[in-house]
Design a protein around this ligand. Structure first.
Ligand code: TSJ
Length: 645
């Protein structure tokens, strides 16, 4: 801000204040630079930004409860029971510390200091950014027996901090209304806030976070409070799984200025669900702390396996990947000055974190395995099986690679491909059942639309190892048709179709098949979903005929509208479609396939919370019935985090 230092003093404003106004004006001009986007994602970041400041107070040891409320007017109130933002006059700036916090960019951490800060992390841009992007913001500070108040409008001070009464409690209350001039979306989503606040509570053991929705008709409230912290997080990740042993393995310790906490437990599945955090901020791309964890895990288990003679001298070491099969883990480190690296700044760079996590996990895991030999044996046995399956899968993959190299692209026999060879123009319909596949083949626009009929249900990839998944004919047909390869081999530039359209019956079975396919895509080709290539076709539920007119309804409301429009009488003929197979080719084209008239739902995913998304698929496709029933009751849609827009 040094270029602003020369700003002329102007009338009533001091030079300082002009500097402040210009600072926040920059935020309003380019909000994306500060909060990533002005979509729903950016909107929700405003809440996290404020909550993070209260969590810092909890980490410093002064706050036990944070209360977050969505008010009826879509404003947000965050209340904590911390010390209250200092109200003294900041000597350098000549205004109260409260005003500094809300009007100066990156003011967070300028006073107080010390400790580990959540705010000012990844997107942590400070409360002043929230202020700049709010139509209005009000703060109440209660401390030293008094109640202080200040209001801002679009970041501008309306009046300075003043005493408005007495108080016998301590804490900070912030209420703000996001600015409709800035945000494309200004309606908060309860479930989005709920997920992040739950995560925050897991990561800050003992802290109570309450979420209230006070909007008319959808009033609800939820409290998150985990004395076990990340141990309970791992329990939550495994809640729909069969666990291999009852214990949650837990390591905790401090090396230098790095505080390390790790919790883990294996389930009988095949996915790795490890999530790492730095100062409560998620690091989806891992980094030094995650590397340290992996090193220690691999070493401790191999040492144990050798000592216990579970691995013979002539046998190879277990690979890290095999030891992590079915592992759910949380790796949480706290350090004073985290460095974020990588394109999206989602990877920890501090080298001291690697050694710290490695040392703490190696020491404590070794002790755990000595004291719990049967748990160790169970894990090693699973890893050995994983290793064998991986060898088999590698052979199967090498075989398909060689085959395609020899024979060129050998497309699946059932595929009716399109003739246009420019992927940008092309789409592929994955169709449930041969009969619907037949109609679709007749109906399609041959140049640009390909049809791949699948027979019956595809394999549930949540319940099978890679070798079995790759042996499944339906899975292989999809992989070869799409052209991209999977997992580490995935290459989006090889994608043969711009749109992958899942077309299933509009009933429970159809929804189940669609979910199986989405699970496969999510686990093996997530980029296709991230980059918006995956769609769900929307076949109609009803056909209405009257005289010579035909109408289609895609839901009950539409059916009702049509009936009102044409008049309810006995000459109406209403047909409820039970499946795609009941439509002839022409009807299928008109209602579901014709790009001019159809509606498609694009599948998207909430990348902010990968743990929650993984759990969603576990719950939907896993073994335990109870969490699934609960989930389906809570979510009218069959997949909540896979948002179908
Ligand atoms: F950032 C914010 F202003 F938006 C905000 C800050 C919002 C909310 C809901 C809470 C807070 C907040 C800040 N809660 N508690 C604090 N604590 C301090 O700012 C504080 C208090 C005392 C001392 C001290 O050294 O005595 C230091 C600090 C940083």
């Amino acid at each position: 801000m040094s270029d602003l230092e020369n700003t002329q003093n102007n009338g009533d404003y001091s030079g300082e204040q002009i500097q402040i106004l210009e600072g926040l004006e920059a935020v309003r001009k380019r909000p994306g630079m500060y909060i990533g986007s002005t979509s729903a994602r950016g909107l929700h970041h405003l809440v996290y930004e404020i909550v993070d400041n209260a969590v810092d107070e909890a980490l410093a040891g002064y706050c036990t409860t944070i209360d977050v409320t969505i008010n009826p007017d879509n404003s947000i109130t965050v209340i904590d029971d911390g010390r209250g933002i200092p109200v003294d006059i900041n000597k350098k700036k000549g205004i109260s510390s409260v005003e500094v916090v809300f009007t100066i960019l990156h003011a967070g951490g300028k006073f107080g200091g010390g400790g580990y800060k959540v705010s000012g992390g990844l997107h942590g841009v400070g409360a002043s950014v929230v202020n700049a992007l709010s139509e209005w913001l009000e703060v109440v500070v209660e401390r030293d027996g008094k109640k202080y108040f200040q209001r801002y409008e679009r970041g501008k001070v309306i009046e300075h901090l003043k005493v408005i009464g007495d108080s016998d409690r301590r804490g900070t209350t912030v209420t703000f209304l996001p600015d409709k001039e800035i945000f494309e979306e200004t309606v908060f989503e309860y479930s989005t806030l709920k997920q992040r606040l739950r995560e925050m509570a897991f990561l800050t053991k003992g802290l109570k976070i309450i979420l209230n929705d006070k909007r008319e008709g959808i009033e609800q409230t939820k409290e998150f409070h985990y004395e076990g912290g990340i141990k309970e997080y791992v329990q939550y990740l495994n809640r729909s799984q069969v666990c291999l042993y009852p214990d949650i393995i837990y390591c905790e310790g401090q090396k230098g200025n790095v505080y390390v906490e790790v919790a883990m437990q294996h389930n009988d599945g095949y996915n790795e669900s490890c999530y790492s955090f730095v100062n409560n901020i998620t690091t989806p791309e891992g980094g030094t702390h995650y590397t340290g964890f992996k090193n220690a895990l691999t070493k401790a288990f191999n040492d144990y396996a050798r000592n216990m003679k579970l691995l013979k001298d002539n046998e190879e070491n277990l690979s890290g990947e095999d030891i992590r099969e079915g592992l759910s883990a949380i790796i949480s480190v706290k350090l004073p000055e985290p460095q974020f690296e990588g394109q999206t700044k989602q990877k920890l760079g501090n080298s001291e974190a690697r050694g710290a996590v490695d040392a703490v996990v190696n020491e404590q895991l070794t002790i755990f395995l000595e004291q719990n030999p049967s748990v160790g044996k169970t894990i090693v046995e699973k890893a050995v099986l994983a290793q064998r399956a991986r060898d088999a899968a590698r052979k199967a993959r090498d075989l398909t690679r060689r085959k395609s190299a020899l024979e060129g692209m050998s497309l699946p026999g059932k595929l009716a491909d399109c003739s246009d060879k420019d992927p940008k123009n092309c789409e592929i319909f994955i169709v449930e059942g041969d009969s619907a596949g037949g109609s679709a083949k007749t109906a399609r626009h041959r140049a640009t639309q390909a049809i791949l009929p699948l027979r019956g249900k595809i394999i549930n990839v949540e319940k099978a190892r890679l070798d079995k998944i790759l042996a499944n004919a339906e899975i292989r047909a999809m992989i070869t048709a799409f052209g991209t390869g999977i997992s580490d081999d995935f290459d989006i530039s090889k994608l043969r179709y711009d749109k992958i359209i899942i077309m299933t019956d509009a009933d429970v079975d159809g929804a189940h098949i669609a979910t199986l396919m989405l699970t496969f895509l999510y686990r093996f080709m997530p980029e296709l979903i991230k980059q918006g290539h995956v769609y769900l076709a929307q076949p109609p539920l009803y056909k209405v005929e009257k005289n010579k007119g035909v109408w289609y309804a895609y839901n009950d409301d539409q059916l009702n509208d049509i009936m009102v429009q044409i008049g309810r009488d006995s000459s109406n003929k209403v047909q409820r479609y039970k499946g795609l197979g009941e439509m002839d080719a022409e009807q299928l084209w008109e209602t579901t396939m014709d790009p001019q008239t159809r509606t498609l739902k694009k599948v998207s995913m909430d990348e902010d919370n990968k743990a929650e998304l993984d759990v969603t698929f576990n719950v939907l496709m896993g073994d335990n019935v109870e969490p699934r029933r609960e989930f389906i009751e809570l979510n009218a849609k069959y997949a909540k985090n896979i948002d179908i827009a």
